[in-house]
Design a protein. Structure first.
Length: 227
């Protein structure tokens, strides 16, 4: 059987990878030139519920690191996962605090889910529910067509970055679903850095959105805590 290859350009580096490994990469966000290091893609559909999952590694104790930001005109914090020293989940400019951190220099699986009927939300670290609540932005619909940024917090769609809110470290396997995933599925995904594929965005969708000094690392060095 012949392997199938796809060739892509990573900044100034040209390389070919097998189709099966197109998601086996990580993006490194270095500590220099932080306001220009990010990943940006556009076109989210409207959502009445969602799950966002990602793997991250950071040892930064200074900045208010932002792994995931979604902004639309008139609502820069339409959906925001913010501050890896003590995560906050924002929806339509309204935050929920989790008191959960993930900046200890180890790989962590981070997920958050929400639905707008009861406003129920959950925040997971490494497959376990670490914080949850109800009544958060009931009846709200996440607006479509905005900007997703990995590594920076947006004060306007696609921009308005603050270096103090930048992500320092590595991200991999960022995925977005248009529904709330079962707890058992999230627990299972936390056992493998390559597990799970979003039906709104999957990790391979982000590779061409890099800006500044955000660097692709192939293969991904991600290792679950249990590995």
């Amino acid at each position: 059987m012949y392997a199938v290859y796809r060739c892509v350009v990573f900044g100034l580096i040209f390389g070919c990878v097998t189709v099966s490994s197109l998601s086996d990469y990580a993006i490194n966000f270095p500590s220099t030139g932080v306001t220009g290091n990010f990943v940006n893609i556009w076109g989210m559909p409207s959502l009445t519920q969602f799950t966002v999952c990602l793997w991250m590694k950071s040892s930064d104790t200074i900045k208010l690191g932002t792994p995931f930001s979604y902004a639309v005109p008139g609502s820069d914090n339409e959906l925001l996962i913010y501050n890896y020293k003590s995560f906050h989940i924002w929806i339509k400019g309204s935050p929920k605090s989790t008191s959960v951190s993930a900046n200890d220099g180890k790989w962590h699986h981070i997920c958050t889910s929400w639905e707008n009927t009861a406003g129920s939300w959950k925040f997971y670290r490494d497959g376990a529910v670490a914080a949850k609540g109800t009544g958060h932005k009931t009846a709200h619909v996440i607006k479509s067509g905005g900007s997703i940024v990995l590594g920076q917090e947006q004060d306007s769609p696609g921009g308005g970055f603050d270096a103090n809110q930048s992500f320092i470290g590595m991200l991999t396997n960022v995925n977005v679903w248009d529904h709330v995933l079962p707890i058992a599925q999230i627990e299972q995904m936390s056992k493998s850095c390559l597990s799970g594929e979003g039906n709104v965005y999957k990790w391979s969708d982000f590779i061409h959105g890099r800006e500044g000094n955000a660097r692709v690392v192939i293969p991904s060095p991600c290792k679950p805590l249990s590995a």
